[in-house]
Write a protein that binds this ligand. Structure first.
Ligand SMILES: [Zn+2]
Length: 62
């Protein structure tokens, strides 16, 4: 597995009972800063679901 960014984890604790949205936000930030574990399939699915919604809102990025 990848290495743990312990300082990032110390600064970014998951709430005790996170909502799906909180978990998704956490995992997105986590993936950018740390590689201690992979993203669960439920989180990946929610991210692609969100991405679809944002594209539908005609958000132009580049
Ligand atoms: Zn981590």
């Amino acid at each position: 597995m990848g290495k743990t960014n312990a300082s990032w984890h110390a600064a970014n604790r998951m709430p005790p009972r996170p909502t799906l949205a909180q978990r998704v936000d956490w995992h997105i930030a986590h993936a950018a800063h740390c590689a201690c574990r992979t993203m669960p399939e439920t989180i990946k699915a929610e991210i692609s679901r969100r991405a679809g919604q944002e594209t539908a809102k005609s958000k132009s990025n580049r």
